[in-house]
Ligand binder design. Structure first.
Ligand code: FES
Length: 168
């Protein structure tokens, strides 16, 4: 068993089915230099995160050692190894939002949902991620929940917004 940082990379023994489109993408990209990042992006886009069985299958399909795959996944915060919540809360920490209190929104949302960085609520409903500029800086500070965008937010409005998805 090899270990990178705190991540054990021993095999799980589980198999996972990859959609044909993903397998074709891997076949096309695996021979190109610098392909691992592209393949990891596509895998995360497909499943929402990169599970251990998915990482193992990527290793088998590409011939890239599992330890190297985990090295990349853990280096880039963008990649997730756990399933995100049903509703992903993206808190914008781009410059405009940051200057108007984006980090306060982040802290309040984490407190309200009792979430550590990268965690998911026990009911599986929510996860929170920082994002860089979602393209509506005039509405700063902004959060995006699922497909809904909320702008000019104050932290006092967060409980009501979260409650809406709890009862959805
Ligand atoms: S910085 Fe938040 S939307 Fe642009």
């Amino acid at each position: 068993m090899a270990t990178i940082g705190a991540v054990s990379v021993s095999g799980s023994g589980e198999d996972i089915e990859f959609p044909v489109e993903l397998v074709s993408f891997i076949d096309e990209w695996k021979i190109k230099p610098g392909s691992l990042i592209m393949i990891l992006h596509k895998t995360q886009e497909t499943f929402g995160f990169i599970s251990r069985p998915a990482a193992e299958k990527l290793s088998r399909l590409t011939g890239i050692p599992l330890a190297r795959i985990y090295g990349v996944i853990t280096f880039y915060h963008f990649f997730k190894t756990t399933k995100p919540g049903k509703y992903k809360i993206s808190v914008c920490l781009g410059t405009a939002c940051y200057l108007k209190g984006g980090s306060d929104l982040m802290e309040e949302a984490r407190t309200l949902l009792k979430l550590e960085e990268g965690g998911v609520t026990e009911d599986g409903l929510f996860s929170i991620d920082p994002v860089r500029c979602v393209g509506c800086c005039g509405l700063a500070p902004v959060i995006v929940v699922g497909n809904d965008t909320y702008g000019k937010l104050t932290k006092e409005q967060l409980p009501e917004i979260i409650a809406k998805y709890h009862s959805a």
